[in-house]
Design a protein around this ligand. Structure first.
Ligand SMILES: NC(=O)c1ccc[n+]([C@@H]2O[C@H](COP(=O)([O-])OP(=O)(O)OC[C@H]3O[C@@H](n4cnc5c(N)ncnc54)[C@H](O)[C@@H]3O)[C@@H](O)[C@H]2O)c1
Ligand SMILES: [Zn+2]
Length: 405
């Protein structure tokens, strides 16, 4: 038996935020990030609409990018005090993911972070509150997914929490919120969405329900991401929907080792002065993983289908895989994303000398590879890499060398 789960309601299109006026409840807590939603006036609107719906409203602000376990615990405490029956999270993937984890701790105060990370092992939620997610970036699709990514900074590792219990009750996909995204954020989050769709399509858990969503998302991202990066407003609006469709696909078909590697390299070099931003990590690793996975016959065929939908040409699957890899690399060029870690600057842009030195990378390689293999996203990848293969793959991602194994 398989399960396909989405939020009960997805309000989309310009003005979708107004759906909040129809919510029923007594108390709503709004969880948000560092200020972009306030600057855009969206936070004030959310507060006003919830009050119009007759609710008492409290704010939990300042959730950082790549949220920590500590922030989750603090937010849950605020919820314990206020006892909301609605949790409304607004912002990028970070505040929404943090709010999902707070929700678990609010409903089950005895739960530890370790308990939360047991894949598909959460107890029933919604005994205290329902959850509404309003995304302001066009990439993570956390507004419709069963995932939350929390960083344990002591270990320098991102841990995915995965369970349909944390699929939000309501998602609001209003493109106006995405209009203020700076270019680099558009690029990174857009390639995150592309990776979601491609990984979902070749995942071993793909099915008839997820395939059309993944394929349509890929077509839309191909048509709109670079245009949206170049500030075409219609393309920005289209990307907000495309990333959501990709999320519907991967929340049910799961992901693969591009994400395993991104999770395990994201914060592990923080002591060197920066994070490898999630979407940029995916953008760099995806072409390498396509080459690696294409050694699996079923995956190769599926990459061929993707290339066909993208009208890339090619007369057999080998050629199609090659053209797909070339196309993805060209997207990175168009979006000013580096191809490899050795050229990944501390600001996320291509640099002659990246912020992760060869010495530091090689020193940590063994542990990163071991952790990536253990990541929750590895299980549904079409090929199960050995420790040696994972290390070789990560080296290709560092040096931008060809994957021929
Ligand atoms: N839950 C999932 O299914 C899932 C999937 C992929 C990634 N993730 C996680 O999501 C996080 C990344 O989320 P993200 O890429 O959305 O970025 P983010 O939430 O970390 O935000 C990045 C920055 O952009 C700003 N910002 C957000 N929206 C803006 C807007 N509209 N205008 C101007 N600035 C804006 C934020 O204030 C912040 O400074 C990572 O932790 C990643 O691991 C989760
Ligand atoms: Zn992602």
């Amino acid at each position: 038996m398989s399960r396909f789960t989405l939020p009960r309601d997805v309000y989309h299109g310009k003005g979708a935020l107004e759906a909040l006026k129809t919510f029923e409840g007594k108390r709503a807590i709004i969880c948000t990030g560092g200020g972009s939603m306030k600057r855009g006036g969206f936070l004030q609107k959310v507060e006003a609409y919830l009050k119009e719906a007759g609710m008492e409203v409290e704010l939990f602000e300042g959730i950082e990018s790549d949220p920590s376990v500590e922030t989750v615990m603090k937010g849950a405490e605020a919820m314990q005090k206020f006892q909301p029956d609605w949790i409304v999270a607004i912002g990028g993937g970070s505040p929404i993911d943090a709010a999902k984890a707070m929700w678990i701790k609010y409903e089950y105060p005895e739960t530890t972070f370790e308990d939360m990370c047991k894949v598909f092992g959460l107890p029933k939620l919604r005994t205290k509150a329902k959850f509404c997610a309003i995304s302001s970036t066009s990439g993570t699709a956390t507004e419709v997914t069963a995932f939350s990514i929390i960083t344990d900074y002591q270990k320098g590792i991102k841990f995915p929490i995965a369970d349909f219990e944390i699929t939000p009750d309501v998602a609001i996909v209003d493109p106006e919120l995405a209009h203020t995204m700076p270019k680099k954020l558009v690029a990174h989050t857009g390639m995150d969405a592309m990776t979601h769709a491609v990984e979902a399509y070749v995942s071993t858990a793909n099915c008839d329900y997820t395939d059309p969503l993944a394929i349509h998302a890929i077509e839309m991202i191909m048509d709109n991401l670079v245009k949206s990066y170049n500030e075409d407003m219609d393309a920005i609006d289209a990307m907000h929907n495309a990333q959501c469709l990709a999320g519907m696909a991967f929340s049910n078909a799961l992901l693969g080792i591009v994400h395993s590697m991104a999770h395990k390299t994201g914060a592990v070099f923080a002591d060197q002065g920066a994070h490898i931003i999630h979407g940029a990590a995916n953008a760099m690793y995806l072409p390498k993983v396509v080459a690696f996975n294409a050694k699996d016959p079923t995956a190769k065929k599926r990459y061929g289908v993707i290339a066909d939908y993208m009208h890339l040409g090619g007369s057999n699957d080998d050629e199609k895989v090659k053209l797909l890899i070339e196309y993805l690399r060209k997207m990175n060029d168009d979006l000013n994303i580096p191809h490899s870690i050795n050229h990944y600057g501390a600001d996320g842009l291509p640099a002659e000398q990246g912020f992760v030195s060869e010495e530091v990378f090689l020193e940590r390689l063994h542990d990163i590879a071991a952790n990536a293999i253990l990541d929750a996203c590895t299980g549904s990848n079409p090929r199960q890499p050995s420790q040696e293969e994972m290390e070789k793959l990560l080296k290709c991602c560092y040096y931008d060398t060809e994957v021929d194994f």
